[in-house]
Every structure is written in structure tokens, then in C-alpha cells.
Ligand binder design. Structure first.
Ligand code: AMP
Ligand code: GLY
Length: 433
């Protein structure tokens, strides 16, 4: 990918968002060649400690203040972490003002923001995904369910912060999930899709794209359930590892050809220039990979897991995606290491969580161990306390998964907050003990 003159590195970069994902992005971008200063807005309790990063208290929905910051600080690249500002058109607004943004506009963000839209696009593109029935009213949904006569997966249409999906085991559960969508927090105007249930292990694939070309990151596996042995309620993710052996190089190539390239082509056919990360949540079924969902952002904690593997070309590659010139970017180096990430969550997560507990301890700086803050907050008196469900992410790299996880769990012993919940079995699929 080096035919044209190489693209300059951005020196001044802004990361928008306040989770563990955004701290990992800021950290990796600051390590990138040529980057001199990274701003992070609003960040969290750990952002101010990231070397070379400046934290500012601007909310991700305050588009006008973000644009003003870009102008004032001559920001050369904005990387938007979360889906909500993308779906709300932040990238469109900044781009219209001439700012380079890694992240799709509101049109492309529908890939995540509307399940109905994404399913229709997948069908149009011939991308493998479970059969589905869209519904825009309670009656329509219940009728479609009864017509199928089996418990389907129920998915609310809009952004639901990971809480819009019910994998029903019984008809009763499926009916209740439909009722909840139309009477609960989604309101009478809600819409949904019903989906065939598929079986198989899940893996996340991330493509960095400029709308035409793409670079794939190593596949990652998340751990969605709160409990060991993959039990209990779904969470945002309790840990992850990469590269997931579930998808070898040939498998990843198949995903590129059958899923990612056709989806990008279908977006282009709708006049959408998708510049950002395309996250395919896949289920590896007996019939091959099937798309469970698309997201328009990096996964969290997959992002924390992957960033330490990426080389110093990252900022240039993201700028090249943002400006539609991926052919001018250097190849992205990916360290041939195993990366392991373990989340420390607050008591009560994924329900109502306990917060306000001081974060104690810190990690010795090390090449291959990172501590990223997620749900934390810095108080006026300087103390850093827990303020969310997933509080900390500890990540470690080594030549094998056993060594990487041993390092991550050892590092976790050095940090503490009251009520800390950790799954001890993250990576059980790839660890020998
Ligand atoms: P989502 O919010 O779309 O990621 O869905 C949450 C979880 O629900 C996924 O990670 C899967 O474990 C499960 N899920 C979603 N769609 C299906 C499906 N069609 N069949 C079986 N499980 C599913
Ligand atoms: N880790 C799953 C997600 O970010 O959606």
C-alpha cells in the first residue's frame, strides 16, 4: 500500500470519549510516529495521567465545543470512540468544517444505530446473517413471532448500550421481550427485528477503512457474561484476548471477502463513504461466519486488547482512513504477540453499581503491561474513585496466552477498589490451565 507519496503523520490528535477504549486509543496514538500532543474529551479519572495527553471536560455531545477545540488547537485528526456521537452526526459536522475525522457520518453509523437498516443492507449485499423479520408495532412483532412458532431472538432497533437483545429460550420470553420494547424505555414508537437463533462461538473483527480499502486487525474474542464459565447476565465485556485462534489467516480472509468487502460496497452503493472502523460481531456457525451485529466503533474491551499490538504507523493509518487515502498510508505493523485483557468491574455490575470507591495502587511502568481506566473519575480533592460499571482494564502481552494472562492477573493484584469484581477465567478457551 505504498504506491503514492506517503501521507504525513498528524502531530495533534483529539480522541472523543470517556471509557477504557478511549484511553487505550489516546495512549496508542500518543505512541505513534510524529504525534506530539493528544487531547482527550471528556476522558475519565485516568486520562490526565496518560503521558503526552491533555484532558478537557467537553461532553461528547457538545459538537460546537468540540469543533471550537479543533479550531483553537489546530487538531489534525479526530478519533471518535463511542457510537452515540457518531450516530448524532459529530463526524459530519467536523468534516463539514474541514476537520479530518476517523469515524463514520450519521449515515454510515446506521450500521449500528438501526438493526433494521443494517439487516436490510446485509441482505442487499449478500452478507451471511441470520434470517430476520422487521416489525414496527407490537402487533406486527407478535404476529411475526406466532407465525414462526418458535422463540426468536428479539432486538430493539435503536442504540441500546448493549441492552437491546434478548436471546429467548421460550415463546413466553420472546413475547415478554417484545412487550418490554414497546411499553418500556424504547416507547410506543419503537421498532425491532426478530431473528433466527444461530449457534457457535463469537469473534470480533475490526476493519479500518477509508470507504474503499481496508486494513484488518487481529480477531479478538470478548467475554460478555458477568460470571465465570460464561454464566449470568450479559455485560459490555469482562475481558478479551487477541489474536483469537478461532479465526486463522484463511478464516479472516474469508470474513474480508464474504462480509467486510460486500458491506463496504453496499454502503458505497448507497452513496455512503464510510471512514472509520467497521466492527463485525460474528458467530462461527456450522455453515460459516454469520454476522450477529455491526458496530461503527471499536469494541470495548477489544480496543484495549488490540491497541498494544499495533505499531507506530497507527496515527498515519487512521488519518489516511479519515481522508480517504488509505493507499498512501504505510503498512500497519502488528506485533506477533498474544494480548490478554481483564476487566475489574464494580460490585452490582451489570445492574446498579456501587461507586465512589477510591482506586488504590498503580502498576509499575512496563513495556508489556498496561492499565487503562474506564469507569473512574477524578474528584476535586485529587482522589480517583470508581464511577461506572467497568472500572479498570488491565492488559498484558507475551509470546503465548498462558504467559500473557499470568502477567495480566499478576498486574491486577497491584490495583484495588472496594467491591472489585474480576472473572478469573478470561481466556479459558486459549489457556492450558
Ligand atoms: P448484540 O447486542 O447484537 O451484540 O447481541 C448480544 C448477544 O446476543 C450476542 O453477543 C450474542 O451472544 C447474542 N445473539 C445476538 N443475535 C443472536 C442470534 N441470532 N442467535 C444467537 N445469539 C444471538
Ligand atoms: N465488547 C463489545 C462491544 O464493545 O460492543
Amino acid at each position: 500500500m505504498t504506491s503514492a507519496a506517503p501521507l504525513a503523520s498528524p502531530t495533534r490528535v483529539l480522541v472523543v470519549g470517556g471509557g477504557g477504549r478511549e484511553n487505550a486509543l489516546a495512549w496508542a496514538l500518543r505512541r505513534s510516529q510524529g504525534v506530539e500532543q493528544v487531547w482527550i474529551t471528556p476522558g475519565n479519572g485516568g486520562s490526565a495521567d496518560l503521558e503526552g495527553c491533555q484532558q478537557l471536560a467537553i461532553a461528547e455531545h457538545d459538537h460546537a465545543a468540540l469543533l471550537e477545540l479543533c479550531r483553537r488547537q489546530a487538531i489534525e485528526l479526530v478519533v471518535v470512540g463511542p457510537e452515540a456521537p457518531l450516530a448524532a452526526g459529530l463526524a459530519d459536522q467536523l468534516r463539514a468544517a474541514g476537520v479530518a475525522v476517523f469515524g463514520p457520518g450519521a449515515d454510515g453509523a446506521q450500521l449500528e444505530a438501526s438493526k433494521q437498516w443494517a439487516k436490510a443492507l446485509m441482505v442487499e449485499a449478500g452478507v451471511p446473517t441470520a434470517g430476520y423479520w422487521p416489525a414496527n408495532s407490537r402487533e406486527q412483532a407478535l404476529a411475526a413471532l406466532e407465525a414462526q412458532g418458535k422463540p426468536l431472538v428479539v432486538k430493539a432497533d435503536g442504540l441500546a448500550a448493549g441492552k437491546g437483545v434478548t436471546v429467548a429460550d421460550t415463546m413466553e420470553e420472546a413475547r415478554a421481550a417484545i412487550e418490554e420494547i414497546f411499553t418500556g424505555r424504547f416507547g410506543a414508537e419503537a421498532s425491532l427485528v426478530l431473528e433466527e437463533r444461530t449457534e457457535g462461538p463469537e469473534v470480533s473483527v475490526f476493519a479500518l477503512t477509508d470507504g474503499e480499502r481496508m486494513v484488518l486487525l487481529p480477531p479478538a474474542q470478548d467475554h460478555k457474561r458477568i460470571g465465570e464459565g460464561d454464566t449470568g447476565p450479559n455485560t459490555g465485556g469482562m475481558g478479551a484476548y487477541a489474536p483469537a485462534p478461532l479465526l486463522d489467516a484463511a478464516g479472516l480472509e474469508q470474513v474480508r471477502q464474504r462480509v467486510l468487502e460486500p458491506t463496504l460496497a453496499a454502503l458505497r452503493a448507497r452513496g455512503i463513504s464510510y471512514r472509520g472502523v467497521m466492527y463485525a460481531g460474528l458467530m462461527l456457525t456450522a455453515a460459516g461466519p454469520s454476522v450477529i451485529e455491526f458496530n461503527c466503533r471499536f469494541g470495548d474491551p477489544e480496543c484495549e486488547t488490540l491497541m498494544p499490538l499495533l505499531g507506530p504507523e497507527l496515527a498515519q493509518v487512521l488519518l489516511a482512513c479519515a481522508t480517504g487515502q488509505l493507499e498512501r498510508a504505510p503498512s500497519l505493523t502488528i506485533a506477533p504477540l498474544c494480548s490478554a485483557c481483564v476487566i475489574a468491574a464494580a460490585a452490582g455490575y451489570p445492574g446498579t453499581v456501587r461507586s465512589g470507591d477510591p482506586i488504590e495502587g498503580t502498576l509499575e511502568p512496563s513495556q508489556q503491561v498496561q492499565l487503562f481506566h474506564a469507569g473512574t473519575q477524578r474528584l476535586a480533592d485529587g482522589r480517583c474513585v470508581s464511577s461506572g460499571g467497568r472500572v479498570l482494564a488491565v492488559v498484558a502481552q507475551d509470546n503465548g496466552f498462558d504467559a500473557a494472562f499470568a502477567k495480566a492477573y499478576r498486574a491486577l493484584e497491584q490495583v484495588h477498589f472496594n467491591g472489585m469484581v474480576v472473572r478469573r477465567d478470561i481466556g479459558h478457551q486459549v489457556r492450558s490451565h
